[in-house]
Design a protein around this ligand. Structure first.
Ligand SMILES: *Cc1c(COP(=O)(O)O)cnc(C)c1O
Length: 387
């Protein structure tokens, strides 16, 4: 790779084995609804210690059916964080529910448990579901959130889109404390199926609902039917579902990717450690990972510390992009999007999310990133911040 070649902020890792796995499906009898999806689901449950995994066409669909399975509908309230991708909030609106936000903790950049507790205490209307997000791959404080859920009677959907392979208090993300956890397999995420997502749950009844909602609300299982079977052709639609299925080609790619999760994670962790070391003296705030959790290191975000440098985020961003470095910003606070401002939200509503956003820059990080590429990112950033 030449010296000034473009460095993307993220990039999928595709091997010959991945290509072979997808090819094998193309030569098989089933492109969808064959054996590859349950095989991928089984592999995913094993690696996340979950009882059930329900694979779907993307994580946005997974969030939608997770809300529906937990009974979210018109008149209900769902809370999430402003510092996430819009899908974390939109899923509630698909169900006709109202959305509100809980601010983040500046250190973890995840949902602030203190802010959640304070908001619950003052609330005249309690949320039916709270959707904390494992931002950048760092597991959120699910044990504390669960304690509040039990006290106030809400359910938890963990948006673990960034956190495939992460762990919290010694156990993989996706198997404890949340009612449903959702993961994304978009190409920029930890593993990819091109488009894809999964719901995990430990609850048999929720798993059954999620499977129905994924495929039109239709069942061929006579134990789930409301009337006796009329013959071998018979199926019943027992609720209103969608076609949110994953194809067998996607699932085969996912299973092949999952078999390399450990080395891909190790590569991300080593690059994140190296960033931590190389960036230690710059006027920026680096990501902090508490000792009781392992981050999936989906994103490496630094915050420019305006008390220690006069460099502005927009100027740094533009200069890095001009130098061929694919920096990014995660996230514009959801409540500041025009479509959310129309619902009554505005600047000043969630100060920690807004302050974080003002300084945030996501640096490139992906398993196949070389040290030479990383050095170029660090040197360029350094030249811009230490004038
Ligand atoms: C990527 C992402 C989603 C949506 O994932 P898709 O698979 O693209 O639908 C949802 N939430 C968060 C936090 C994400 O980063």
């Amino acid at each position: 790779m030449s010296d000034n070649a473009q460095i993307p902020y993220s990039r999928q890792s595709i091997t010959e084995a991945d290509i072979k796995a997808v090819n094998a499906v193309l030569r098989s009898d089933f492109l969808t609804q064959g054996p590859a999806v349950p095989e991928f689901e089984n592999a995913f449950t094993e690696c996340h210690a979950a009882d059930h995994a329900i694979a779907v066409c993307n994580a946005t669909a997974a969030l939608h059916i997770a809300c529906l399975a937990l009974g979210v509908g018109p008149g209900d309230l769902v809370w999430t964080v402003p510092n996430s991708f819009v899908a974390s909030a939109n899923c509630a609106r698909y169900c006709g529910a109202d959305v509100d936000f809980v601010d983040i903790d500046p250190d973890s950049r995840n949902l602030s448990v203190a802010a959640l507790a304070a908001k619950l205490k003052q609330a005249t209307r309690l949320p039916k579901v709270v959707i904390p997000v494992d931002f950048a791959g760092l597991p959120c404080d699910l044990k504390e959130i669960r304690a509040l859920a039990d006290r106030y009677g809400f359910k938890i959907i963990e948006d673990a889109s960034h956190a495939v392979g992460a762990s919290y208090q010694g156990k993989p993300v996706g198997c404890r404390y949340a009612d449903i956890s959702v993961f994304s397999f978009h190409p920029v995420k930890i593993i990819t199926t091109a488009e894809g997502g999964v719901c995990t749950t430990q609850d048999d009844t929720l798993a059954e609902k999620l499977r129905l909602l994924r495929s039109h609300g239709i069942t061929r299982d006579s134990s789930l039917m409301e009337t006796p079977s009329e013959g071998g052709w018979y199926y019943e639609q027992v609720c209103l579902g969608y076609n949110y299925r994953m194809t067998d080609m996607q699932a085969a790619l996912g299973r092949s990717q999952l078999s390399r999760l450990a080395p891909m994670q190790a590569a991300r962790a080593a690059l994140a450690d190296r960033y931590n070391m190389l960036l230690a003296d710059l006027p920026i705030k680096r990501p902090h990972v508490p000792s009781d959790r392992v981050s999936a290191h989906h994103l490496y975000v630094v915050e420019i510390d305006s008390a220690r440098t006069s460099a502005k985020r927009a100027a740094v961003f533009d200069a890095m992009r001009s130098a061929g470095i694919g920096v990014n910003v995660h996230y514009i606070p959801i409540h500041l999007q025009p479509d959310y401002r129309r619902l009554g939200f505005g600047p000043g509503d969630f100060p920690a999310s807004e302050a974080y956003y003002d300084g945030a820059v996501t640096l490139p990080l992906f398993p196949e990133m070389t040290h030479a590429q990383q050095d170029r990112v660090v040197e360029t950033l350094c030249s811009l911040l230490v004038a």
